[in-house]
Design a protein around this ligand. Structure first.
Ligand SMILES: [Zn+2]
Length: 1001
């Protein structure tokens, strides 16, 4: 150890926002540190991550026992990742064509014994423990529905009487299930043709295109005599309301191992007391089964959805930055895990035992500190890395490419100036916007200006570079027409500081629309545009982002040229998957080049027809980029919608050139990763950039038994470059419980995370498997998870009742909604590009976004109190909740509708639109007039608030009941039957119930 006498600067002496109160305890904050006030277990006094509770005293371990070798136990350090030959040459085997997900799904399938038909005897009179639901059909008093966790105290499950008339025809028209599990739940094939000429562009992401009016909801063929009442089946809105009522406005302290956080929809404040905030990490279950046998038995996926740059609300403390100076972060010698609250100091503080691999490490001299009588370091509260679940560490040169500190990143704006984009007014719109938008480039907190450099390129079938050096009087244009080998024709003046070159950039942005005003060029290139960006970053030795505004399929002679391969005949065949697979070759190599350089690609598409999104969006989806799509773009109706997206995208929090590693304690490890990522080997998750909306799902598998005493630990470390060019590590730690009792696992499961994981695994499986198989697997796994609960955990198992764990009681509605999404719906009515777009977008989504996408908010506006600040309570997404006299807002994070009932009161219509009746409204409206009425103000403020919260902007569509475009709206009523096939929620539950009874597990 060096004798330089280096003393780590006390991390908390740095000026950091919101850190004021952190001295010898936790910030008093808005809420009292009401430690352990909720979550399992009895209230306990907070003592930090308890020596006994979170990590039991270290057994003297044999540091190099082979059993300790696990994911994290690789000898190389992070920096090594740059210099190491890839362990697997396969190009991102994760996200393109690798077998893992289907294999996994298939294995799960084969693990099930689907063939046994022995149904449990039907009891007409279930035991008293289930009495709360012994109501005749149709008369289910809401108060008796097991709702919210209060039932967890007594019996953590929900049960519904599912026998009776509907049982005879749970799936009218469907053939009986075949032994072997492949039959039963039938997804209808391609739906009947929709209304011809229906405007396809109106179907944004998230749903189905035009289609037939749905038939009667519920039980279409031969309605049962007695229909199950909607209120008798678990309600998502009720679950959300209950959680909000219980935890809303409270502080969630992360001091308890395996504590299940409130729902993503609940407004709560997080207080970091040793575990990472659920905003950063959310698990499918907070209690892992002790053995792999138990995991196989229940089939509940073990996964964590990590959103490393999640935005924090203003009342939560930003992450502390730990700086150990030249010594760099303190890490375990063996597994390279970073210092964290779970490391166990021993030997008077001279050594510590790694909580991940059990290796005993020396404490570096500069880091030595005495222990108190509890065995805890006396500087426990002074060091973020000893007391918090999440923090940042300043990285040293070892963590930088070529041992050189990185330069700040650059943003390059690349505008397609072919005929369509010029004619639509898009080019002028973008140029005008950039003049002001560039003043809001991201900067470090407190800094006067942004360190991000900017550059500009226009292109059609040639590329035009612009020299915008501040010393020039006019911008200079350089044209490159040879597309075979891309290079940047100017070494100085391409990437500049906006503030310094403001005048000349303004000049350029004014000139561009005029320069191309008379263009007839309709052909474009695409791959060379990205390649140029990579070359520019290489030359400038920086990372950064390309903002590409592109309209058509690249058909000009150049690498990456594409041709139309959209073939509706492939739908519902073995080859349907090829529609989702990107073309290999040029784009595959481009992704690798981009990731190696830290070049993230954001793609803004403005197509009038098929453009092969699967291929064009391949690079963005491997580089942490976002994909936006504006079909048949018109400045008047879509301009503002697009500009809002662009503004968010330019301003958002983001890290560049990132590499993430997930380490775990012994007994289990991270085996698979899903996201807008690139996997160079099996453990390092590479992202050219990662922003506040991107999440990576991590799946875990056992490789040994887990210990109930010690629990399980996950440490996620993200190495990245900040906007000002600083190299940092963001460390997130989470401790989970372990149990041999499956009830604990079910009780600690998290439906929103589960559905995020299922969405990602099934959307990846689309690349390899027929959709029919995937949907069957989803149904079977859902049935299996619930059947295992029924068999092993339920206090009653009356065959006539569908019994579900309380924490999963609305899981089926999400699952059913997932199966009805466009990527999983084989219908020729849907646009191939829209399906590909949704598939890729969901792969990078966080838990909040998939929750909202799969269960939209339906908000009644007609009877709200306009003086009340609060948002009216959302209703269940079903036709049954609509009213002819009502006005409803529906949004799912991607689409927003204002639905007007045909008998809407005239005063409401007057207040919103300033016309006497609905008949006076124009068709295709997408803006609410700016009126002074209290109702108009309130509705517009609700919409503004929602748009503010969502990662992407939403175009408003105003639809009148029974008008043709209403069908667009109805597809989002996810509890009803799907427009292109897919069961109603009620039918799906009946079907699940039947499947569960047939399972013999
Ligand atoms: Zn270790």
């Amino acid at each position: 150890m060096s004798q330089q006498g280096y003393v780590a600067a006390p991390p908390y002496s740095q000026a950091q926002p919101g850190m004021g109160g952190y001295q010898g305890g936790f910030r008093p904050g808005p809420a009292q540190p009401n430690y352990g006030h909720y979550g399992g277990g009895a209230p306990q006094t907070f003592q930090g991550p308890q020596t006994g509770g979170m990590k039991s005293p270290p057994p003297v371990s044999t540091p190099y026992s082979p059993n300790n070798q696990q994911n994290g136990a690789h000898p190389q350090r992070y920096p090594g990742a740059y210099g190491q030959p890839p362990q697997s040459p396969a190009y991102d085997s994760r996200a393109t064509s690798a077998p893992p997900p289907p294999m996994q799904l298939t294995n799960q399938m084969s693990a099930m014994n689907m063939g046994n038909y022995a149904s449990a005897p039907v009891h007409q009179n279930p035991p008293p423990s289930a009495t709360s639901l012994q109501q005749p059909f149709g008369v289910p008093p809401l108060s008796q529905m097991p709702s919210g966790p209060q039932s967890a105290h007594m019996q953590p499950q929900s049960s519904m009487p599912m026998s009776g008339p509907p049982m005879g025809h749970p799936f009218p028209g469907a053939p009986p299930p075949h032994p072997g599990g492949s039959g039963g739940f039938q997804q209808p094939g391609p739906g009947p043709a929709g209304p011809p000429g229906y405007p396809q562009q109106a179907a944004p992401f998230g749903g189905h295109m035009a289609g037939p009016q749905p038939g009667p909801m519920g039980f279409p063929a031969g309605p049962p005599q007695k229909k199950l009442d909607l209120d008798s089946i678990p309600s998502t809105t009720q679950v959300i309301d209950d959680d909000q009522a219980k935890y809303g406005g409270q502080v969630f302290s992360t001091n308890t191992r395996g504590q299940v956080p409130p729902l993503v929809t609940t407004n709560f404040t997080v207080q970091d007391q040793g575990n990472a905030s659920p905003r950063f990490m959310r698990c499918t279950t907070y209690c892992l089964p002790c053995t792999s046998d138990l995991a196989k038995q229940c089939q509940v996926p073990l996964a964590c959805i990590v959103k490393p740059f999640a935005s924090l609300p203003k009342d939560e403390t930003p992450l502390y930055l730990v700086n150990h100076g030249e010594s760099g972060p303190i890490r375990c010698n063996r597994c390279k895990a970073y210092m964290c609250p779970y490391m166990q100091f021993i030997d008077g503080g001279r050594r510590y035992q790694c909580c991940f691999c059990n290796c005993i490490n020396e404490v570096p001299v500069f880091y030595f500190q005495h222990l108190d009588h509890m065995g805890r370091r006396v500087d426990f509260y002074d060091k973020a890395e000893l007391s918090l679940g999440s923090y940042e560490m300043l990285a040293t040169l070892d963590y930088c490419k070529n041992n050189k500190l990185p330069n700040p990143p650059a943003y390059v704006f690349m505008i397609d100036v072919s005929y369509n984009n010029v004619k639509s007014g898009l080019v002028r719109l973008i140029c005008n916007e950039l003049k002001t938008l560039l003043d809001t480039l991201p900067s470090e907190q407190g800094a006067d200006s942004s360190p991000v450099k900017v550059g500009f390129i226009t292109y059609n079938k040639t590329l035009h570079f612009y020299n915008v050096k501040s010393s020039l009087s006019q911008p200079q244009m350089l044209v490159v027409s040879d597309m075979t080998e891309m290079y940047v024709p100017l070494s100085d003046g391409f990437l500049v500081n906006f503030q310094e070159s403001r005048a000349i950039i303004h000049n350029l942005l004014t000139q561009i629309p005029d320069m191309f005003a008379d263009t007839n060029e309709s052909e474009t290139v695409f791959a060379p545009v990205i390649q140029t960006g990579v070359e520019a970053f290489k030359e400038a030795e920086c990372s950064g982002k390309l903002f590409i505004f592109h309209s058509a399929m690249p058909t000009a002679e150049a690498p990456g040229k594409l041709k139309n391969r959209d073939d509706k005949k492939l739908i519902n065949t073995e080859k349907e998957k090829t529609l989702f697979q990107p073309l290999k070759g040029t784009y595959e190599q481009l992704s690798k080049d981009c990731v190696a350089q830290g070049c993230c690609v954001d793609l803004f598409l403005f197509p009038n027809q098929y453009v092969d999104v699967a291929t064009l969006a391949d690079v963005p989806s491997h580089t942490g980029g976002s994909i936006f799509k504006y079909n048949n773009f018109q400045v008047e109706t879509d301009g503002e919608h697009f500009l809002q997206d662009l503004r968010k995208e330019v301003r958002k929090d983001i890290g560049f050139d990132a590499i993430m590693r997930v380490r775990t304690s012994t007994g289990f490890r991270a085996t698979d990763f899903f996201g807008a990522i690139h996997m160079k080997n099996t453990t390092d998750v590479e992202m050219a950039a990662v922003d506040c909306d991107k999440a990576v799902a991590v799946e875990f598998k056992h490789d040994d038994a887990l210990n109930e005493e010690t629990g399980a630990l996950i440490q996620c470390a993200l190495l990245y470059t900040t906007i000002s060019g600083q190299r940092r590590l963001r460390i997130l730690n989470l401790s989970l419980r372990c149990s041999s009792n499956l009830s604990e696992l079910y009780k600690s499961s998290e439906t929103d995370s589960l559905i995020n994981f299922f969405a990602k695994t099934s959307y990846r499986a689309i690349l390899n498997q027929p959709l029919k198989n995937i949907r069957e697997i989803l149904v079977n796994q859902t049935a299996h998870m619930l059947a295992c609960y029924r068999k092993n955990c339920a206090s009653t198992s009356v065959a006539s009742q569908l019994i579900m764990p309380d924490a999963m009681k609305v899981f089926p509605v999400y699952m059913n909604s997932l199966m009805k999404t466009a990527p999983l719906t084989a219908s020729t009515e849907l646009s191939t590009d829209d399906r590909a777009h949704q598939r890729l977008s969901v792969m990078a989504m966080g838990v909040e976004d998939t929750q909202l996408l799969l269960y939209p908010r339906l908000i009644p506006l007609h009877d709200m109190d306009v003086t009340n600040e609060a948002l009216p309570a959302p209703l269940r997404c079903t036709e049954e909740r609509l009213a002819d006299t009502g006005i409803f807002l529906l949004e799912n994070g991607h689409s927003m509708f204002l639905w007007l009932g045909q008998s809407s009161p005239p005063d409401v219509i007057q207040g919103l639109f300033n016309v006497p009746s609905l008949a006076h409204l124009q068709g295709n409206m997408c803006v609410l007039p700016d009126l002074d009425s209290p109702l108009s103000k309130k509705v517009r403020s609700i919409m503004r608030d929602l748009l503010e919260k969502r990662p992407k902007s939403m175009k408003l569509q105003i639809v009148r009941q029974k008008d043709k475009p209403e069908i667009m709206f109805r597809q989002f009523l996810v509890e009803d039957k799907g427009l292109h096939g897919g069961a109603s929620y009620m039918d799906f539950l009946c079907h699940l119930h039947r499947e569960i009874k047939h399972l013999n597990i």
